[in-house]
Design a protein. Sequence first.
Lengths: 296, 355
Amino acid sequence: MAEIFTISLIWSTIRLTTPLILAALGGMFSERSGVINIALEGMMLAGAFTAAAVTYAFGSPFVGLLAGMGAGLAIAAILAIACIRYRADQVVTGTAINILMIGVPGFLSGAFFLSSGSTPQIPKEHLIPWTPIVIAFALVPIAWYVLYKTPFGLRLRSVGENPEAADAAGVPVARMRYAGVLLSGILAGIGGAYLSIGQSSLFTRNMTSGRGFIALAALIFGKWRPVQTMLACLLFGLTEAVTIQMQGVVKLPSGEDIPVQFIHMVPYLLTIIVLAGFIGSSRPPKAIGIPYQKER
Amino acid sequence: MNLLRELIFPLIAVVAAFFVGGILILVIGDNPLQAYGLLFGSAFSWPVGIGYTLFYATPLIFTGLAVLVAFRCGLLNIGAEGQLYIGAFATAWVGITFAGLSPWLLIPLCFIAATLGGGMWGAIPGVLKARFGSHEVINTIMLNFIAVALLSYFTQYHYKTPGDPIMQTVPIGEGAHIARLGRFIPGLPEFIPLNLAFVLALICCGLVYLFLWRTKWGYELRATGTNPSAAEYGGISVRKQIIVAMTISGALAGMVGINEVLGYRYRYYDGFSDNYGFTGIAVALLGRNHPVGVIISALLFAILQRGGIPVDAFTEHVTKDIVQVLQGTIILFVAAEAFFRGPFAKYGLLKRSKV
């Protein structure tokens, strides 16, 4: 076992946790304002593809990162307009965005790069392996401060808990929800960008492989609070890091590899258990999922 | 007038999605008319195109019905993906384990396994919601991932032919194979995997209709969906209805396994589902959560899936990803129906219906 728990495991955990923290904190702003965000996966894919494509085209990872944020923002705008302006079902819209974002990167890369769903390789000097990590971990205290210590955070939480009362008190419900959802797009966009131009050096088809959903799980496991959510992300990042390190190293007494599948299940099982209230209770924002209509 | 109102928004959503898709195709430098011509031309060619289109429609009818039943009870089942995997593996397990049995016994057993497997996996979020009040959307998402991991484990470590590089189980017994429709329909070659599961899917549409609109149980389930507190007041156990609806929903999703395992591959193939569970949400929604609507919209999505292949091959730039783009856009427009209602109400073409 000793050969697994090394410095490289810590690094690997931090790298695997970074996109989760970014997406999960994004999801937190959206869900705290009352909009369920299962489109994190799609937003990350948009960010990952756009960041890689733009970095490849312009040779600047910072332009790429900005473009990734913009792509996440654009996808979030679709979710926000459909769910807030047109009161569409939030889960269904999120699902639509996820399906759309499986297709769009492949469609565009087929057109621009004549490939079947991936961007060309980006040279090593054009990658940003560090900046997103710093952003992610620095965002945790910032998110905490914004959410609990600023008028913006108070308003955001109030429209997610009791929009009628917030409205009566003069809080613009729709505007706060737009802010929450759009913030989630920007953050998930950075998370996606990190996958393609930080951790890796190109975009590949469906490269998020469910990380948007793990981030959602971490958000619930962390009870929709910034610090707990970060800890949940670290836990899920660690399980992934351990599975990667274990492969081919640690064997069962019978000489076979330990089935990684069971470790993959951990985040999802924990989320179900926490949501059912077995380990403390995880209570979602009260008005989550309910479109708000101003009384006339 | 009512029927027209039911039909008009799904229709507008589909047309709008094709319009958006057309613009995208134009932007990347291809001819949208040519692409759409290829798409529909291939899907409607006899016998191969139509055969494959109906084959692709089969799982979508099952998952569409699954989403429909849950939805009528006020639940959103986005776990059909996991439920259909469990159903498929269960049916394959029976087909492998009892391979020696006579087909008259083995096939019914396989059917039961698919239904029970999916039903059980659907019941879990039902029980969790009824007992602990935890949201079925989150739990079904999580259970999708758990199902995939669990079955990948069983496939890899217990049911694979040793040395097989492909993640698939050993084949099921021949007694468990169900007939392909090519055997009964002249001119339809038997290499097309369209099989009896398609007929079963149509039968299920009828059964779901009868159950929901012609039985007391169906009434109770729908009453729960329409107004849970009124239902509770009227003596209906909402908790029981939630569990019943999720179990039936899961069972219907599980039947995808009959089409996949007993009628097509004759084994469990890891990760076979092409997002059938998620497309089922689109199918149910576009079909206005009615069994007839489900058949029609399943056919539409099947046409897209089939037609995507020649579009990929015979256009300059368009890849088969256009299918997902169109699917996603259709769901988006169906979900945000108010987007179209606005202008209609404005010009007095339709009265705004009560939401």
